[in-house]
Design a protein around this ligand. Structure first.
Ligand SMILES: [Zn+2]
Length: 273
């Protein structure tokens, strides 16, 4: 649940964001309600990131993650197990009293955040350049129209990076099937370590895998170098499919001695503990 303080911080921006998501761009059916509510919720979190701090944004995502994966008071199923985002208000039943709000708003926002995370280019002057171009494209393509989830997916398709082609179909169908039309959430694991190789160079080695998902489930897992003192820098990503383990073998020039390698450091992918 939202704390009162968080609600006060977020509610205003959520409503402001509706002038784009909900008013300018409408939604086609109840299955697409997240295009209004999830997008407005994501935008409010992004404002928190810009006017407050990236830490607040990260904390916000952690609370949403817990909310998505918890069984609410008075309910008998975990919010996420009530059904996918595309089930819309039908997620609300006597067994899942808060699920439609949590899944449409919070998981909807998380899905937009995951797309942003995959599109980020840390080497660029504005790491969000691609994501911003995609959202502007969506706004321009669907202003004063009603968009469906598939319409939005096709816009994201136009702005994909090579790692986003994890389904190898040239589209983001794999992602939307998993996250908007599905309910699986992976548990991500890593044994990747970093050791000194030649002077100034470090060797990454180990495996990354996921648990608790079906055979075809795909995840683009981001890897980060943790230098300590809150300096955590992205170094790339690796694709994992189903329960298969993906090997990481790489040599990197690094400016200082790293502490360790971490995966999914900034809630890039919605995952279990
Ligand atoms: Zn709203």
């Amino acid at each position: 649940m939202f704390s009162l303080n968080e609600f006060a911080n977020m509610a205003g921006w959520h409503e402001v964001a509706h002038q784009w998501w909900g008013h300018a761009v409408g939604w086609e059916s109840y299955r697409d309600a997240w295009i209004s509510e999830g997008f407005a919720e994501f935008t409010a979190a992004l404002v928190l990131n810009l006017i407050d701090s990236p830490k607040k944004y990260n904390d916000y995502l952690e609370r949403r993650r817990r909310e998505i994966l918890e069984k609410p008071r008075g309910g008998s199923v975990v919010n996420n197990d009530a059904g996918p985002i595309s089930q819309g208000f039908r997620l609300h039943t006597r067994y899942s009293p808060g699920a439609s709000q949590t899944i449409i708003y919070s998981k909807g926002a998380y899905v937009v955040h995951m797309i942003r995370a995959m599109m980020r280019d840390p080497g660029s002057r504005n790491p969000d350049e691609r994501f911003i171009a995609m959202m502007k494209d969506f706004l321009q393509s669907y202003s004063w129209k009603s968009a469906s989830t598939d319409d939005f997916r096709k816009v994201v398709d136009r702005h994909m990076t090579p790692p986003m082609n994890a389904g190898e179909t040239g589209t983001m169908e794999w992602f939307f099937n998993q996250w908007v039309h599905g309910t699986e959430v992976p548990r991500l694991r890593s044994t990747v370590i970093v050791e000194a190789a030649t002077p100034g160079k470090f060797r990454l080695s180990g495996e990354v895998w996921q648990e608790g998902v079906s055979a075809g489930f795909r995840t683009v897992v981001p890897l980060y170098v943790d230098f300590g003192n809150d300096l955590v820098v992205p170094v790339g990503s690796i694709r994992v499919v189903g329960a298969n383990r993906s090997k990481v073998e790489a040599e990197l020039p690094l400016p200082r001695v790293p502490k360790r390698i971490v995966i999914n450091a900034f809630h890039d992918v919605l995952a279990r503990d």
